[in-house]
Design a binder for this molecule. Structure first.
Ligand SMILES: NC(=O)c1ccc[n+]([C@@H]2O[C@H](COP(=O)([O-])OP(=O)(O)OC[C@H]3O[C@@H](n4cnc5c(N)ncnc54)[C@H](O)[C@@H]3O)[C@@H](O)[C@H]2O)c1
Length: 337
């Protein structure tokens, strides 16, 4: 099966491409490399183009008319940057995605799997969110994801397209075969920062916020191994029609699915797990929450099991071990200036 993967040169998109290939499929990558890495496209079919470039998208489908679905990962993803640069985020993530969906519809390739985010959930008592929990996107970034879910839903209802929005929780780790992993120089996510601290590139790990109403006062998240996340996409494209059947063929041809483990892990628990895997305590300190921080959420993962026949399998310890291994091999795979 051929699958178009926009953003296939990025962290998650490249891992999805690896999982597709390991399952006998052919990913076709469309990526502008605005943040992604050319190294991740090596030996893969790659179109170096922007999702907003209609001619390029048309060329992809002219040369691969047998593409059966599009996994749309391409986006800008840094929350503080989105606060500082809302124009760029709405243009890249909303305006260009709108054009991409329009082109897909025009070309008659209306099966879409959309990379959405659990960042749009509001706080709920107990911290577990279902797909029907209230959405309170609180940054320009999460609003772009929220908007594109609405656009996709409306396109599916009006134009007979079919859309699956996958709301990712907190991806960690790297491809277990080390073909790709986190590529940014200065990671903003917790495991990346723990690796930076362990490898001496950061003096200490900051626990930002220890006064939340969670079991130990620190923020709670649902850390999902990026390989589990990638496998869910393979299931989504392989079982695309069945997903809608199992969902009772919704009139709007649109389905939302949480991708998480179903288990909440606090920052302190994550740090303890990291130290155990690493075999050494890290220098760490508690500080105030950063602006915009929230206590957090974890997934109710029932729908993913019911509709995709998928559940997360890899423990956070493997995510940590793979992130550490990736931290060691990364500079031999990626060339930084
Ligand atoms: N990483 C996370 O924690 C997380 C959590 C939830 C959802 N997501 C979503 O997953 C998707 C992938 O995220 P990631 O972590 O792999 O980020 P990433 O930055 O590693 O990958 C994004 C890729 O998209 C490409 N891209 C961006 N704009 C483009 C454009 N206009 N045209 C063509 N290519 C373009 C970039 O070059 C990059 O390769 C995003 O849609 C993101 O919103 C990520």
């Amino acid at each position: 099966m051929k699958v178009l993967v926009t953003g296939g040169a990025g962290y998650i998109g490249s891992t999805i491409c690896s999982a597709l290939m390991d399952n006998g499929h052919t990913p076709i990558i469309l990526d502008s490399l605005v943040t992604g890495r050319r190294e991740f496209t090596r030996d893969r079919i790659f179109y170096h183009a922007d999702i907003g470039d209609t001619t390029a998208v048309e060329r992809v489908f002219a040369e691969h008319p047998d593409i059966s679905a599009t996994i749309h990962c391409a986006a800008l993803i840094v929350v503080p940057e989105s606060v500082a640069m809302p124009y760029e985020y709405y243009k890249e993530n909303v305006v260009k995605s709108l054009e991409l969906f329009h082109t897909l519809r025009r070309l008659g390739h209306g099966n879409v799997v959309f990379s959405s985010s659990a960042a749009m959930y509001g706080m709920v008592p107990g911290f577990m969110v279902t797909e029907d929990s209230p959405l309170v996107p609180n940054s320009p970034y999460s609003r772009t994801k929220y908007m594109m879910e609405m656009v996709l839903q409306d396109f599916c209802a009006a134009y007979g397209m079919h859309g699956i929005a996958l709301r990712y929780f907190n991806p960690i780790g790297a491809d277990p075969r080390m073909r790709s992993g986190i590529h940014v120089k200065e990671p903003t996510h917790i495991v990346g920062k723990l690796v930076e601290t362990a490898q001496g590139r950061q003096a200490e790990f900051l626990i930002t916020g220890a006064d939340w109403s969670t079991r130990d006062g620190t923020g709670i998240r649902d850390y999902i191994h990026v390989w589990d996340l990638a496998r869910a996409h393979v299931q989504a494209v392989e079982q695309f029609d069945q997903v809608f059947q199992r969902a009772g063929n919704p009139a709007d041809n649109y389905v939302v699915i949480n991708l998480g483990t179903g288990r909440g892990v606090t920052v302190r628990e994550m740090v303890a797990a990291f130290e155990k895997v690493y075999g050494q305590a890290l220098p760490k300190r508690e500080t105030q929450p950063r602006p915009g921080d929230v206590a957090g959420a974890y997934a109710n993962a029932d729908r993913a099991r019911a509709l995709l026949g998928w559940q997360a399998e890899l423990p956070i310890e493997q995510g940590i071990a793979d992130a550490l291994r990736w931290g060691e091999v990364r500079n031999s795979i990626l060339k930084f200036d």
